[in-house]
Design a binder for this molecule. Structure first.
Ligand code: AVI
Length: 322
C-alpha cells in the first residue's frame, strides 16, 4: 500500500517534469534524473564498464586506494549518507574502512527504487554496517537522515561519481549550499568530480561505438511510453552528443529526425517536434581542481584534501562543514 503511494507519487512527479520540460518554448528539455528507471539504471551500470567511459572506474580506484586515508581524516563518531548510491560497488571500500573502528549506519538516498535495491544487495554482507535506504530526492532524504542523527554523531555525505556535473555550475554550488544547511559544523562531504579532458575523448565516452549510451539516452523516451502511455517512435529520434567548449560540458540530446507529433496522455500533453529539433536530456560538466575547492568554499565547507586519478582525470575532495 505504502509502496503503491510512493510509486504513484513518482509517476505524478515524472509527469510534472515532462510536461514542464517538453512544453518549453525554444529548447525542449528533460531532466537527467528521468534516465534512472530500472532499465536506465542497468544501462548506466553497463556504461560504467565501457572502455571509453573511465569515469566510474577512476572514481572507484581513488576510493579503493585511499579508503584508509579518507577514514583517518573524517570526524568520528559518524553516520554515512550517500546521495545517489548507484550500484554501491565503490562505496563498499569506504564502508569497510569506516566500519573497522565503529559500527556504522549507512543511509543510501536514491530516487531509483531499482538502484536502491541493487545497492542494498551489493553491500548487505559488510559486518557492522546497518543499511537504511531512503527512496527519495537527495535533499529530502538528507533531511530524514539528519532528523535521525543521534546526539554527538557527525554525518559524512558521499556525493560520488560526478553527479554534481549533471547540475549547471551555479546550480551545483547552490545544491551544495543546501546540503551544507542541513549539516552541522564539523560534518563532512566527500565529493567526486570528473576533470577536464580533451573533447574527442569525452565525445567517445558519451557516444560509444557499441551504442550503450545511445540506448541509455533513448530509454528516457521508452520510459515515457511505459509509464505515461506516450507514443514516441524511438526510431524517429537519434542520440546526439556535443562538447560545449565555453561551458566545459558534454551535452546529450535526442534529435527528432522527422516532423512529428507525440502524445503523452499521462502528462496531459501533445508535443510537436520539427525535423532536426532536439530534447536536451543531460549536461555533464567537467572541472579543474581549484574550481572544486572554490565551489565547496562558497558553499560553506573547507576543502581538507583532494585525491586525484591521473590516467582518466577524476578527483575526490574531502571537505569539512564550517
Ligand atoms: C551519472 N552521471 C555522472 C553520468 C555522467 O557522466 O554525467 C551519467 C552519464 N551519462 C552518459 N553517460 C553517463
Amino acid at each position: 500500500m505504502i509502496t503503491d503511494t510512493v510509486a504513484s507519487r513518482a509517476v505524478y512527479e515524472l509527469a510534472q517534469e515532462v510536461s514542464a520540460g517538453l512544453s518549453k518554448r525554444g529548447q525542449k528539455e528533460l531532466p537527467a534524473k528521468c534516465f534512472y528507471d530500472e532499465v536506465g539504471s542497468a544501462l548506466f551500470e553497463a556504461i560504467s564498464h565501457l572502455p571509453e567511459y573511465g569515469l566510474t572506474r577512476a572514481d572507484e580506484w581513488i576510493i579503493r586506494r585511499h579508503a584508509r586515508s579518507i577514514e583517518a581524516r573524517v570526524p568520528k563518531p559518524l553516520m554515512v549518507a550517500e546521495l545517489g548510491c548507484g550500484s554501491g560497488r565503490k562505496t563498499r571500500w569506504l564502508l569497510e574502512a569506516l566500519s573497522r573502528s565503529q559500527p556504522l549506519a549507512y543511509h543510501p538516498i536514491e530516487i531509483s527504487a531499482s538502484a536502491l535495491a541493487m545497492c542494498k544487495r551489493e553491500l548487505d554482507d559488510i559486518h557492522s554496517v546497518r543499511i537504511v535506504g531512503h527512496e527519495s530526492e537527495y535533499l529530502d532524504g538528507l533531511l530524514e537522515v539528519a532528523a535521525r542523527r543521534p546526539p554527538q554523531q557527525h554525518i559524512l555525505v558521499l556525493f560520488l561519481g560526478s553527479t554534481i556535473g549533471n547540475f549547471d555550475r551555479s546550480m551545483g554550488a547552490q545544491f551544495l549550499q543546501q546540503v551544507r544547511r542541513i549539516l552541522r559544523p564539523g560534518d563532512a562531504l566527500l565529493l567526486g568530480a570528473d576533470l577536464e579532458k580533451p573533447a574527442p575523448q569525452l565525445l567517445c565516452a558519451y557516444d560509444d561505438p557499441l551504442g550503450v549510451t545511445a540506448a541509455f539516452n533513448l530509454n528516457v523516451l521508452a520510459r515515457l511510453n511505459r509509464e505515461l502511455d506516450a507514443d514516441f517512435h524511438l526510431d524517429q529520434f537519434r542520440h546526439l552528443v556535443r562538447y560545449n567548449q565555453v561551458e566545459r560540458r558534454i551535452e546529450m540530446h535526442l534529435l527528432s529526425t522527422v516532423d512529428q507529433i507525440v502524445t503523452i496522455p499521462g502528462a496531459h500533453l501533445t508535443a510537436m517536434f520539427h525535423a532536426g529539433e532536439t530534447i536536451w536530456t543531460e549536461s555533464s560538466h567537467k572541472y579543474n581542481l581549484p574550481e572544486v575547492v572554490q565551489m565547496v568554499q562558497r558553499s560553506g565547507f573547507r576543502c581538507d584534501q583532494q585525491w586525484v586519478e591521473e590516467e582518466w582525470g577524476f578527483a575526490e575532495s574531502l571537505s569539512i562543514a564550517e
